[in-house]
Write a protein that binds this ligand. Structure first.
Ligand code: ADP
Length: 486
């Protein structure tokens, strides 16, 4: 008799970071919330694998169950492989343990990243019999885990059960591809040179992890429908647009959601005053609290413009720098609040503005601060996200969930999540401009500040933003159908 378990769809989700364990960017949010949402489905058995970094907080590491100890080969060498298990939100998380590779101060940016992550991909395949879980689908994410499909289809192809496994590769950001010198072929990857010579791993004379993921995965997804189209063009393609066009029959875009339980202004303990979309009048208490905290003039009606972002060029920071002085001069009670870190040039420019030229209107905090980010989302009226490109973007969704109206450029997931507000029909949830141009941004900002003074229209717009459904439910359903189609 076939038991209930035999019919379950078995998914192994493999990522280099996931909330609540470790996070450096949007990938961790997705790897934290998509499996959790899929696990609510009784017909899916989804488990996740992560590296066991020393950066994972003690409260988790001390409570992991050690389930395997052994060795695997890395090219011609043998390396230790341990596997630990930790269960949270009804999802089993496996941790690949090897202190030499993962006991470091930071997750990425080490001289041996190629070796650390090729080891990780291989370790995941080696451990399947040890954890007694033969998945129907292995879902890998970004360049760090992109080698897994080629390992599966070459070195593991003749092992029992492995030939039935299908693979999905999700591109969260095409910019970071995992490109390394070809000398890693022999001593690190241990993959036959024929796969370099035939171009599957080769990219302008170097090895490209992401390219092999695109070629060897059975399905490729990316994090918004618009980005799926954009990356097939030269402007957004980062050199891989030709490869993506040639494989477009297996490429789809599925918009990310956000964890609406975690990001909920009605229950968020970081806020001075919690509020829902039907109690918008409480929202401005958060503005006053933030003004106090950041030593800005206390003024409930001052239009507050905010950004929570990595300070890198792709986020459109140069456009903001171009217009900010002018915008602040035009609107003397406007306030600008920034939380972000990244390029030193950008950090210094904003600090100079906040500490010298416009101390009365501007607050800048560099560093990563989850609590402050939530306080900003809940306090600001307007949230700027003028990205050059944006695969999906979570910040604009969190901003809308907390009632901060976004101004975005029409690209990637920003285009798929923000709809221009129309004052006549009262439909729409934000402001959108088309070209990567500072004047277009300034024009939308002026429009937003003007509308902010029209209290009735603004309340409607904030309501619309907060009422938009950014839950994972719909997207998780699309992922499920995609897995089943394999
Ligand atoms: P990306 O992954 O490209 O950085 P996303 O918009 O997809 O951009 O995700 C950014 C996430 O990181 C959001 O949850 C945002 O709130 C958070 N974030 C970015 N910078 C900071 C910061 N300095 N402090 C706290 N949270 C931040």
């Amino acid at each position: 008799m076939k038991g209930a378990f035999a019919d379950m769809l078995k998914i192994l989700f493999v990522a280099s970071e996931a909330v609540p364990f470790v996070k450096t960017g949007g990938l961790a949010d997705v790897a934290g919330s998509l499996p959790k949402e899929l696990a609510k489905n009784k017909s899916i058995d989804i488990r996740v694998v992560l590296p066991k970094y020393s950066a994972i907080p003690r409260e988790f590491r001390d409570n992991m169950q050690h389930i395997y100890d052994g060795e695997i080969s890395v090219a011609w060498r043998r390396k230790f492989l341990g596997v630990d298990l930790y269960e949270v939100n009804n999802v089993k998380y496996y941790f690949v343990d090897n202190e030499e590779y993962f006991s470091r101060g930071t997750l990425y940016g080490h001289f041996d990243d190629a070796e650390r992550f090729s080891f990780f991909a291989k370790a995941v395949l080696e451990m399947l019999p040890k954890i007694d879980f033969m998945p129907d689908v292995i879902h890998v994410n970004d360049w760090h885990t992109a080698l897994l499909p080629i390992y599966l289809k070459t070195q593991f192809a003749d092992r029992e059960g492995y030939d039935k496994i299908k693979t999905v590769f999700t591109i969260h950001n095409l910019k970071y591809q995992g490109i390394f010198g070809k000398d890693i072929m022999n001593d690190v990857l241990g993959i036959d040179w024929q796969y370099f010579d035939n171009g599957d791993l080769e990219f302008y004379g170097a090895v490209n992890f992401m390219k092999s993921g695109i070629l060897y995965a059975d399905k490729i997804t990316t994090v918004s429908p618009t980005y799926a189209e954009e990356i097939q063009t030269e402007y957004f393609g980062e050199g891989l647009d030709g490869v993506l066009r040639a494989n477009k029959q297996k490429l789809i875009g599925i918009l990310n959601g956000i964890d609406i339980g975690n990001y909920n202004p009605r229950t968020d303990e970081a806020l001075a005053k919690r509020f829902g979309k039907k109690h918008l009048r409480f929202r401005s208490d958060n503005k006053v609290a933030l003004q106090e905290k950041l030593h800005l003039p206390i003024k409930r009606t001052a239009p507050m413009v905010a950004m929570v972002t990595r300070l890198v060029q792709a986020k459109g920071i140069d456009l903001v720098i171009r217009i900010l002085d002018e915008a602040l001069a035009q609107e003397e009670d406007m306030q600008f609040v920034l939380l972000g870190s990244g390029d030193k040039y950008f950090e210094d420019w904003f600090k100079e503005l906040a500490f010298h030229r416009r101390a009365n209107q501007v607050s800048v905090t560099t560093g990563f601060d989850e609590k402050l980010s939530r306080q900003i989302y809940a306090a600001a009226d307007i949230f700027l996200m003028p990205s050059m490109y944006e695969p999906c973007g979570l910040s604009q969704m969190i901003a809308m969930r907390y009632g901060a109206v976004p101004i975005v450029r029409a690209t990637g997931g920003l285009q798929d999540s923000v709809e221009r507000y129309n004052k006549e029909t009262q439909v729409g949830n934000g402001f959108v401009f088309d070209n990567y141009n500072a004047h277009e941004l300034l024009f939308e900002l002026q429009k937003a500040v003007a509308l902010n003074r029209d209290v009735a229209s603004w309340m409607q717009l904030v309501y619309n933003a907060m009422a938009t459904d950014f839950s994972w439910k719909k997207s998780a359903d699309t992922y499920k159908k995609m897995y089943q189609s394999l």
